[in-house]
Design a protein around this ligand. Sequence first.
Ligand code: GLP
Length: 252
Amino acid sequence: MKLVVLENAKRAAGYAARLLADAVARHPQIVLGLATGGTMEPVYAHLRAAHRVGLSFAGVQSFNLDEYVGLSPDHPGSYHSYMRKHLFDAIDMDPARGHVPRGDAPDPVQEAARYEQAIAGAGGVDLQLLGIGKNGHIGFNEPPSDGASRCRVVTLAEETRRANAAYFPDGQTPLRAITMGVGTILDARACVLLATGATKAKAVAAMIDGPVTPDCPASALQRHPDVTVICDPAAAAELCETTLRETELRGA
Ligand code: GLP
């Protein structure tokens, strides 16, 4: 794992966005894996800005990590809505190329299997953007999640439901989600994980310094040959000294 600690959250998000934008510029037909959550909002703001000054997404395809079971694409709390608001509506990618699991599919289990096949059918994900949950989840792979897991229907942890309650007018985060599995994520050719803020410090330390264990699903990324973890100082605060010494520290 390559670890980059930037001087603040804004710069960390900018660095992550730059990695994505550079990859799109170099490989216009790239398949991106995309993530949601508050951490990613400034990343998408950077990508929208990059598009305004000429970066084209016309050849890009994207696959989001996850979606809530039971929500239709036009539900304001859905990840379909999130992606339209933060990225899809502002770039030149054909909306049909921006894939998000259908939370309102009549058979969510079948939808998860279809989604896994759709990713494979597109040739797999070239570059996967990831956030991390406070409990070490990636996508919606809650602990414990097997490192070999594939796209599937999962039950959300109470902590995750609380963390996402603000996105729902009634505070009721759905109970279940369709998510890429940990194994699906590990199949991406490269991963970029962005973590900012003190609430992520424990999860970041467990992911990087801890053992590879289903109890911290993000720790499976230790087995991936091309992962860049980008943090602000608050998210990096609980990493061990040795890890921090080997870190690529960057200022402005
Ligand atoms: C959700 C998403 C994850 C995301 C996590 C962290 O649970 N499914 O993909 O990484 O939230 O979100 P935030 O950036 O809001 O802390």
